[in-house]
Ligand binder design. Structure first.
Ligand code: GAR
Length: 209
């Protein structure tokens, strides 16, 4: 059985988290379970949802550590206790500490609400991303699931899916159109991972039959 840990940040609703938990339970992601949800704040709405779904939760709050390195060590310790095969960032807005990335090479995924490498990087999250897409004039946008490396949004791309940008769109309408596509894309990427069908070659992620 594949063990999945999910990291969420303070403001996250947890809709991607919930979609992953449910997909494991109904076997759309085969032979897998979400074994831990770890939030960066104890008031994260996603924590309540995880509780209600009976998933164990933990909080590692970076503000409670005097140095970034200590936060990284604490997060790594909590993650290692959960013994995950895969870690999924689902609305995790910080740069993941280097020691965590090093400990789980090509075993950490993130979902980003744009077509990377466009509209990524520090400070690009949530509605800010959709605002930037609208300002750019692009006629399509989408989501990206990628492996996580030491920088923001730069790791090898696993899957991308597109949605149209409509004339009347606001950041909110664009986000709402994309969200169900995000859920489906993340579930698909995780399914490919647990089935052992992803192979990373440099920047390219190949999917085998
Ligand atoms: C999602 O739209 C996700 O793509 C985005 O945060 C939202 C979390 O929603 N992530 C980023 O912007 C990361 N840079 P959720 O809590 O409902 O899953």
């Amino acid at each position: 059985m594949s063990r999945i840990a999910i990291l969420v940040s303070g403001p996250s609703r947890g809709s991607n988290m919930q979609a992953i938990i449910e997909a494991c339970r109904d076997e759309r992601i085969p032979d897998s379970a979400v074994v831990a949800v770890i939030a960066s704040r104890d008031d994260a709405p996603a924590l309540q949802t995880a509780h209600a779904l009976g998933v164990s939760t933990a909080v590692v709050n970076p503000r409670e550590f005097p140095e970034a390195d200590m936060y990284g060590d604490a997060l790594l310790w909590v993650l290692q206790k959960a013994q995950p095969d895969l870690i999924c960032l689902a609305g995790y807005m910080r740069l993941l500490p280097a020691q965590v990335v090093e400990a789980f090479p090509m075993r950490i995924m993130n979902i980003h609400p744009a077509l990377l490498p466009l509209f990524g990087g520090r400070g690009m999250y949530g509605l800010k991303v959709h605002q930037a897409v609208l300002e750019s004039g692009m006629k399509v946008t989408g989501c990206t699931v990628h492996f996580v490396d030491e920088q923001y949004d730069t790791g090898p791309i696993i899957l991308q899916r597109c949605v149209p940008v409509e004339d009347a769109d606001t950041p909110e309408t664009l986000a709402a159109r994309l969200l169900p596509i995000e859920h489906a894309t993340y579930i698909e990427a995780i399914r490919l991972f647990v089935q052992g069908r992803l192979r990373v070659e440099g920047r390219r992620v190949r999917v085998s039959e």
